[in-house]
Design a protein around this ligand. Sequence first.
Ligand code: SF4
Length: 281
Amino acid sequence: MDKQRQPAESQLQAKSPFELRVNLGRDVPESDVRSALASGEMGFVHSFTTGSTVDGPGVRVVAWTTGCQFRCLYCHNPDTWWLTNGVPVTLARATEEIRKYKDDLKIMAGGFTLSGGEPLMQDRFAVKLFTKVKAMGVHTALDTNGALGGRISDDELRHIDLVLLDIKNWNPEGHRKLTGMELAPVLSFAKRLAALNRPVWLRYVLVPGYSDNLDDIAQLARFCRELGNIQRVDVLPFHQMGRFKWTELKLDYTLADVIPPSKELVQHVCDQFRAEALKAY
Ligand code: SF4
């Protein structure tokens, strides 16, 4: 991508990933998209946000990539499903965007998180960006659904200080129903991270009627304890904040009538993880 086509600051920054963004990369020729994916020299990014305190330790700058192979029924950012909804941004430009904050991030014991969408849909871009950010001395975190973990090598994983891993359902059929995809590759990545002793925070979205089976959660909690590398579990109550995007994108939103879980249920699920000696919030 030549210099003239670099995105403006206002295109890259968003107040939150809840801003609806479509077609920002639609003019990029198919051949450029393919070579970007192969080389990692260009990525597609929904936005950069600053000041997050929920996407890893401390205060974080987060880059939200576009492209996701999952179709989670509760997804609150379905505009990130398609790669070319994102802004095309060179690796150098993305690196500069993070460099601006590096001193503050260190002072605030925070760092950089690559989220999405699914960042590993752009695995070469992700690895190259993590390598650059880590070289600045900034803590790095990958927020992933885990299914494409096989795309990054053990060596490349060393540039990622923390993996925020979503396991969306312990039951394979329930996982398929909720995400449209198989559970097995996710668990295999979880086991690989454990074998490498890489730090992981588990994220579990609690959706009434879809991921609130307490027996399944108990088994998931046991699995997490046995892994031995899960530093923390975040139980995230389902919410309706992304609903407007489904409407705007004319997608069939099947969870319209689902009510967020009660505080008591969230507490109970946290307790199930705590019963396996895990820190759960
Ligand atoms: S993995 Fe994340 S971005 Fe992809 S569909 Fe699920 S919630 Fe949405």
